[in-house]
Design a protein around this ligand. Sequence first.
Ligand code: GLC
Length: 532
Amino acid sequence: MKNLWWQTGIIYQIYPRSYQDSNGDGIGDLQGIIQRLDYLKWLGINIIWISPIYPSPMADFGYDISDYTGIHPLFGTMEDFDKLLQQIHQRGMKLVLDLVPNHTSDQHPWFIESRSSKDNPKRDWYIWKDAKPDGSPPNNWLSVFGGSGWEWDEKTGQYYYHGFLKEQPDLNWRNPKVQQAMLDVMRFWLDKGVDGFRVDVMWHMIKDDQFRDNPPNPDYQQHMSTYDQLLPVYSTDQPEVHDIVKKMRRLLDEYNERMMIGEIYLPIHKLVTYYGIETKEAHMPFNFMLLSTPWQAATIAAAVDEYEGLLPKDGWPNWVLGNHDQPRITSRVGIQQARVAAMLLLTLRGTPTIYYGDEIGALDVPIPFDEVQDPQGLNMPDKNLSRDPARTPMQWSGEPNGGFSTSKPWLRLHRAWERQNVTLQKEDPYSMLHLHRRLIQLRQKEPALMHGNYAPVFSDHQVLAFRRYAEGDKSFLIVLNLSHRPCYFKTDNIKISGTIVVATLPELEGTAVEDSINLGGDEGVIVELAYK
Ligand code: GLC
């Protein structure tokens, strides 16, 4: 089977507001991304996913779209976009856009029409329901961002449903006209030459047709988001969603080698159903296991095996360590262990996604309360759920504002940007950036790592070890110490004999190993085995 670009490549997520500002307004833009393409090429990235760049009132920073086929003036113009796409392709890279089909902005012309009267032809494009006799919402469904999922519309005397902000009304995907309109949006970008989509909240797209109440979550705890008080069994992950995803896939298949990722937070046995029967749905339902699995060797080993075991035949795996909705990996596991995490991400079987800044070990940035911008943080102020800390400007250099902008950035930078930035790390062969580059280069040159097999080798309370190999090609043993204490790795499960080719501690590279491996705390090595 031919290996396709999205199977052999490495995805890099850009949060456009925070990557590079080119016009001095403190907000990143498309021209800024163009300026940094050579950096990404140097790093070895070949697939770029950009969070939404469309016109939007920015109630949810672009995930509330008011025009699906335009570019927000903050980010630039359609000419800038065309140039970006052309420059990406010229470098042999691919571009994946964010598609947000579950909801629009309340300022989208479709919703403005829909809410104008009960008999407007677009009324049924959204989810409108009468109040209960006592005036309360039609059911108990909650908004992910806090409070009820239903908003009362005074003018037309009905509630509309919004799984996220009230400024993000959910589309009614049971309406064929909605389906057609969104497929047309996809076609617009595919015709331009965009290589794929990351589909936002794919599992939210269709809701129970009887609108039954969600049950209480027996495991709810006070610190959790208010949304977690109920189990969203009727408001998400409905069987009919698969028909929609299939339609999207059929459209993509009309084009040459285009790809669709689904953003889906579900337990793994449910997640894998989004590959579809005969893998005719999402090419890659995002695998978020590493975001929530406790960082312990045996637990992670079990999670990897569970995923490998559940993947459908021909279902291509993928791995994610961070994104714009989650705490950064470096803050979660610590700076030293983040090097081990990078080695794990870039040696597992399946397409890795790197979140911008993780390649320099960027940390979550503490944002003072009066500077919080994220609606999730503002709506549930006592729960510390703001996503701003992981969305701060890229730390490029020691220049003012970290080289991100000539004026005050929309979110503050990390306090240590003067000594933690791309420019300094480029000069330091021991840096996180160089570790990423060596890992990426090795993965991209070795078929065994790029698309070879995976076999578990060993795990205990400290060490996670696995093997990657391709028939008739090389074989690699990856040994990761997920603890802070040194360890001595010896096993009867595999013959240890070979050379360390990449190590979190670069001094180890080139060393021969025989029978056992001695690792410091927070260390990992990739051993090229002396046999196949
Ligand atoms: C997705 C996005 C998140 C956004 C939400 C609503 O989860 O990743 O940033 O707030 O959808 O669109």
